[in-house]
Design a protein around this ligand. Structure first.
Ligand SMILES: [Zn+2]
Length: 393
């Protein structure tokens, strides 16, 4: 499904959109290219070209050619055995380098995992333009495509999934060696069951077809805790594909759900909005983002606490070039303490069933800005259990 304000994900798409923007806004070709590239989450057009020419749709350089892996069913998966992002790597002389300050060629390459010695590559830090202030996306080291950490390396994903699965009370089950699956229906029911607003069946045996596991109401918070651990692990990975290989997701009727439909990083928040507003998904979804503000006890009411995520820059409305479209993500909590330890600038991941809404266009707050009016879309969620939100960095 493509909607009019979905940013292009190819160089051709960026160039085409830039042409239109150049005409509409009467700006230079270069300015238009950079503007469209930034909308797509890249630093600028050069960054977009570097990233996309190498066949990766996300802003990450990827220098090694890859071939399709026969074991993988996903058409866009390439170089999927990647593991966890690393802050440090060592070079051929054993010298350690920090991901935030490293630049290509500084060390004796290829660089290696400090723990197991497998070859790694560097993704430099960059600044992402957000609505009101730029956010620094930290650099990291990661495996080369098709690389794998040695068994027992602390940066491999599989061992971590294994640990989480063992303590998950059945939420995550083993399906074969190094492969697990997480049942999203149990997360949904855990949230419904724990909701103070809903009745729950006392014996937990709600009549529903297709159930293939035993429901135990006392374990509901344990399910959310395990899901939370899986999300934290995902946040440590460079992409959804890194975790997908070891942990697949299923929903009602054992239908497989891709991690792209479940886990949305900042640059994909608008996709999450479309999924929720158009009822594409019924399962809970997770949004990762950077905390913009935490406000407690609104109007003196201790049960009204709200945390907002940093908004992406407003995008041009395809039907009205003077109108910008933005998305605000808000998390509500009835308990003030559930936001303890969360501060502006923290990265968090929030899991649950979201609601969407749209406000009509209103005059842009800044005179002389890019847009005359702004339309705000909203995604909001009310926490039922504290571990639905957690800090990931
Ligand atoms: Zn390693």
């Amino acid at each position: 499904m493509r909607t009019t304000d979905t940013p292009p994900s190819t160089l051709r798409g960026i160039r085409r959109k830039a042409k239109k923007l150049k005409r509409d806004k009467n700006i230079s070709h270069d300015e238009a290219l950079h503007a469209v590239a930034r909308e797509c989450g890249f630093q600028d057009f050069h960054h977009a070209r570097r990233s996309l020419e190498r066949g990766s749709a996300t802003p990450t350089p990827n220098t090694t050619p890859t071939e399709p892996q026969p074991s993988d069913e996903k058409p866009h998966a390439q170089g999927t055995v990647m593991g966890i992002k690393m802050n440090l790597a060592k070079d051929q002389n054993g010298r350690e380098w920090d991901a935030d300050t490293y630049q290509r060629g500084m060390g004796a390459e290829p660089l290696m995992c400090t723990h197991c010695g497998v070859s790694v590559t560097h993704n430099p830090s960059y600044t992402r333009e957000m609505y009101d202030k730029p956010v620094l996306v930290p650099g990291y080291f990661r495996l080369l495509p098709k690389g794998a950490h040695a068994s027992h390396c602390r940066f491999g994903v599989d061992e971590e999934v294994d640990k989480i699965a063992m303590e998950s009370e059945g939420l995550i089950e083993s399906i074969q060696r190094d492969k697990y699956r997480m049942r999203l229906v149990m997360i949904k029911e855990a949230l419904e069951g724990a909701s103070p607003a809903k009745d729950q069946d006392s014996d937990g045996s709600r009549a529903k077809t297709g159930r293939t596991y035993v429901r135990n109401p006392s374990l509901l918070p344990a399910y959310i805790n395990s899901a939370n651990r899986a999300l934290k692990l995902r946040a440590l990975c460079a992409s959804n594909q890194d975790i997908e290989q070891h942990l697949e997701l299923i929903f009602e009727g054992n239908v497989k759900v891709s991690w792209d439909q479940f886990y949305y990083e900042t640059e994909r928040h608008m996709e999450a909005f479309h999924a929720v507003s158009q009822n594409v998904v019924q399962h809970p979804i997770a949004l990762q983002g950077n905390v913009k503000s935490v406000r407690r006890a609104l109007k003196g009411d201790a049960s009204k606490n709200v945390l907002n995520l940093q908004m992406n820059a407003f995008r041009v409305d395809q039907d009205d070039a003077d109108n910008g479209i933005g998305l605000e993500v808000s998390v509500w909590s009835r308990e003030t303490a559930w936001f303890n330890g969360l501060e502006d600038g923290d990265d968090v991941v929030v899991l649950g069933v979201w609601k969407s809404s749209i406000t009509p266009p209103s005059a842009a707050p800044r005179e002389g800005g890019r847009f005359k009016t702004l339309t705000k879309r909203r995604l909001s969620l009310s926490l039922i259990l504290k571990p639905q939100i957690s800090k990931v960095r």
